[in-house]
Design a protein around this ligand. Structure first.
Ligand code: NAP
Length: 344
């Protein structure tokens, strides 16, 4: 059934794929951006709309301006709150990360309540609101992370992005508990990879792959493990969450877990010697010496280097019915598109 969907952050890396799928399904998409005059941020979505049955409306709103989403929320059926800064290097973690994430979430969700019409909120959270450091798994005696855990180890100084996402998701569940109008579904992806639709995202996903392909890690891959998931599957998870019979709650969204070296080897196997990729793993001791050049604190290295991680993804498969694309396809498609668009 055709719905009116308000989406924040719809111009970004993940948001663009969600918007594309919503337009393909014929929905009315109310997309908010901070600055409407920056047409280059939404040109790729206007091109999608021309081919599809759905209708794209562009609204202006800022996470930090109280009440700025109220008008766009009026009359909408579903809210997808995707917007949040995903930047790892910031000057002021409170101002640059926590405020837009936490206050922004409350601002947007209050607009949903005020609308009177929005019955479902789909929140783009992250696995970083489930745990902060890889070592948390061993510290908590866990075989894998599940939706029952919350990140208790991040703060303004250590892993501030993870802290901002934890506070934002908590704020959403707290507000949800005070009302009965809207259901809440959180999507908690790990590191998102896969082809970008637009050219202008500052998402750390794109920046990380750009660094990998341009030789930033050629002297050695850090001994870190990440969960990976395709951007198209994360977008699909948001679309599936719109279905009536989906239960409320959190959803870890991860296809598989790999080391940085395994990622480099996956690229190499498809793009034979086209990039200056790492061929070995940097020993942890050496990382303590070199880590500062990559902005890695000793605490980060101590709590993450060499610790594998594992996730339970049953809920995303069973409650949402999500079927994941294999990691190798995700990486291959991402690198191809970044080459085609001259992002690398
Ligand atoms: P992105 O491309 O940088 O998108 C971020 C979006 O947030 C942009 O559309 C941006 O809008 C918007 N935004 C940022 N600050 C804002 C503000 N003050 N007011 C209004 N809008 C603001 O990053 P992404 O990777 O797609 O991330 C999208 C969401 O997914 C975030 O919530 C992120 O935490 C979450 N997530 C990402 C990953 C990942 O690996 N990429 C993993 C887990 C969760 P403008 O166009 O106005 O700049």
């Amino acid at each position: 059934m055709k719905k009116t969907v308000l989406i924040t952050g719809g111009s970004g890396y993940i948001g663009s794929w969600i918007t594309k799928y919503l337009l393909e399904a014929g929905h009315i998409v109310r997309l908010t951006v901070r600055d409407k005059s920056k047409r280059e941020k939404i040109a790729h979505l206007e091109a999608v709309q021309e081919q599809q049955a759905g209708q794209l409306e562009i609204w202006e709103a800022d996470l930090l301006k109280e009440g700025s989403f109220d008008e766009a929320a009026r009359g909408a059926d579903v809210l997808m709150h995707v917007a949040s800064p995903f930047i790892l290097k910031v000057k002021d973690a409170q101002k640059d990360l926590v405020d837009p994430a936490q206050k922004g979430t409350l601002n947007v969700l209050r607009a949903a309540s005020q609308s009177g019409t929005i019955k479902k909120v789909i929140l783009t959270s992250s696995v970083v609101s489930i745990f902060g450091d890889a070592k948390d798994m061993a510290d908590q005696n866990l075989k894998e992370f599940t939706e029952a855990q919350w990140n208790t180890t991040s703060n303004l100084e250590h892993q501030p992005y993870s802290y901002s996402k934890t506070l934002a998701e908590k704020a959403a569940w707290d507000l949800h508990a005070t009302q009965k109008q809207w259901k809440l579904i959180a999507i908690n992806p790990a590191f998102v990879m896969g082809p970008p639709l637009g050219k202008n995202s500052d998402s750390e996903s794109i920046l990380f792959m750009k660094r990998m392909l341009t030789g930033a890690y050629k002297t050695g891959a850090a001994p870190f493990y990440f969960g990976f998931v395709d951007v198209r599957d994360v977008a699909k998870a948001h679309i599936l969450a719109m279905e009536e019979d989906v239960q409320e709650g959190r959803h870890i969204t991860v296809e598989s877990t790999h080391s940085m070296l395994e990622l480099a080897n996956t690229i190499e196997s498809e793009f034979n010697q086209q990039f200056k990729l790492p061929t070995s793993t940097t020993p942890t001791l050496l990382l303590y010496v070199l880590g500062w050049a990559f902005g890695l604190s000793w605490k980060y290295i101590r709590r993450n280097a060499g610790y594998p991680i594992a996730y339970n993804t049953t809920r995303s498969r069973e409650n949402l019915g999500l079927i994941y694309r294999p990691f190798s396809e995700t990486i291959r498609d991402m690198v191809h598109v970044m080459q085609e668009r001259n992002i690398v």
